[in-house]
Design a protein around this ligand. Structure first.
Ligand SMILES: *[C@@H]1O[C@H](CO)[C@@H](O)[C@H](O)[C@H]1NC(C)=O
Ligand SMILES: *[C@@H]1O[C@H](CO)[C@@H](O)[C@H](O)[C@H]1NC(C)=O
Ligand SMILES: *[C@@H]1O[C@H](CO)[C@@H](O)[C@H](O)[C@H]1NC(C)=O
Ligand SMILES: *[C@@H]1O[C@H](CO)[C@@H](O)[C@H](O)[C@H]1NC(C)=O
Ligand SMILES: *[C@@H]1O[C@H](CO)[C@@H](O)[C@H](O)[C@H]1NC(C)=O
Length: 373
């Protein structure tokens, strides 16, 4: 059985599940990829439940002609990027997907960003009631550290939170907003980003460690001045550097990488504004794939070196839900059509920005023999 693509699993837990729209290229079917290859997209018949090239695809409802991407890709009728009659292969080359930046154009280089005048962090979290226990902890700590906190209630829970938590009046901005995380950032954060040196865009299921560990992480971000950074997150699917590199530097605490996940990145405010307005398509619904390119892009764009662009800092943050691989994958695949739109976004982003795609290269900048495990 083909293993589910691990990076997809990492993203399968971002905050998109509630948004059950039918966006994406398979209006009447299910988006899938032959052997996980982004350039071999197909629409399976919706009766299949999932569109996955595994050994049991022929036994799903609809049979192999409807449900096996390897068979569907040979169907002569094709579907367009905006829909078609499943089962059909998608041959669109993402022409309708327009990034603000074409990779064919030379990357413009900016003069290096001056160091921020003050370290002012905005913590921005799309939150729901389900993760309230974690959000309570996160917000209390963030406020105690004098960070600004903004909350976007994706399930309309604003009033409930306001009634339940005594810290709520100290949240600087809060709103009900049923949309994708990428759109919160675009529509709510970017217009107001100038007041801050950094924006920390967090998923609500990331559990913070003790305050001193959070403060230590922020201290590294302040002192090392990366453009984009993240703490390591236990329970995340992502392997941020290759196992070989990890083996050679087992006590590493700060990595310079070309990959930072979209789960909990802390980003210099001008960089956030730049990547969201220039790398994402105006027609994209999610930020899937952004984390695969933003380090390489920011490095060229802002003229930084690989040790001052993207950092991963060892810190005991935790992901609340440990999704078991296959179950999580199927569940998400079946119940959210947004997955389709997001997969499409990722595919087209890769198509347009392929030279920037990550190689998962990491280099240890700092290590300590007492690294906590
Ligand atoms: C899905 O398959 C069923 C049975 O083969 C067929 O009746 C139906 O039209 C198919 N749906 C689409 C969207 O092609
Ligand atoms: C929020 O968390 C604190 C511990 O940090 C706890 O004492 C408090 O009861 C929680 N609030 C609610 C409403 O659960
Ligand atoms: C937060 O700000 C208050 C008031 O300005 C100050 O007393 C406190 O020490 C600050 N806390 C931290 C962790 O910086
Ligand atoms: C937030 O949304 C909920 C549910 O839709 C609604 O009941 C509530 O009035 C809204 N609150 C605000 C402040 O908009
Ligand atoms: C990592 O730290 C341990 C002690 O915790 C030490 O024995 C080991 O030699 C260190 N490894 C490297 C490669 O530095």
């Amino acid at each position: 059985m083909a293993p589910p693509p691990p990076r997809l699993l990492g993203w399968a837990v971002v905050l998109l599940v509630w948004c059950a729209d039918a966006l994406g290229p398979c209006v009447d079917g299910l988006l899938g990829f032959y052997k996980g290859a982004e350039n071999a997209a197909v629409c399976c018949n919706a009766t299949c439940g999932v569109c996955l090239s595994d050994e049991i695809c022929g036994r799903r409802r609809g049979g192999k002609h409807n449900c096996c991407p390897g068979v569907v890709r040979r169907v002569s009728r094709t579907c367009s990027a905006t829909g078609g009659r499943a089962p059909c292969p998608i041959r669109s080359k993402c022409k309708d997907w327009r990034p603000a930046l074409s990779w064919r154009a030379p990357y413009p280089t900016w003069k290096p960003l001056p160091a921020p005048r003050a370290f002012r962090v905005l913590v921005f979290v799309p939150v729901g009631r389900k993760k309230a226990v974690i959000v309570n902890d996160t917000c209390k700590k963030a406020l105690a550290l004098n960070l600004s906190v903004w909350l976007a209630h994706y399930d309309g829970s604003q009033d409930w939170y306001a009634r339940t938590y005594s810290w709520y009046p100290r949240v600087s901005r809060a709103f009900n907003y049923t949309d994708f995380k990428a759109n919160y950032v675009r529509n709510e954060v970017l217009p107001r980003v100038e007041a801050f040196s950094h924006v920390w865009v967090l998923d609500d299921d990331v559990r913070w460690p003790a305050m001193d560990a959070v403060a230590a992480f922020l201290g590294v971000v302040r002192d090392e001045r990366p453009l984009i950074a993240q703490p390591t997150i236990r329970g995340s699917w992502q392997k941020l550097v290759s196992p070989e590199q990890d083996r050679f530097a087992p006590n590493c605490t700060v990595w310079a990488t070309d990959f930072v996940e979209v789960m909990a990145p802390i980003i210099r405010a001008p960089v956030l504004a730049d990547v969201y307005s220039r790398l994402l398509s105006t027609t994209s619904h999610s930020d899937w794939g952004l984390d695969m390119v933003w380090c390489a892009y920011a490095k060229r764009r802002f003229g930084t070196t690989s040790t001052t662009t993207c950092l991963v800092v060892d810190a005991p943050f935790r992901k609340a839900d440990r999704v078991t691989a296959r179950k999580g994958y199927f569940k998400f695949y079946q119940h959210s059509y947004s997955t389709q739109a997001s997969l499409w976004d990722k595919r087209c982003l890769k198509h347009n920005l392929r030279p920037l795609w990550t190689t998962f290269h990491g280099r240890c900048l700092r290590s300590t023999p007492t690294r906590p495990r």
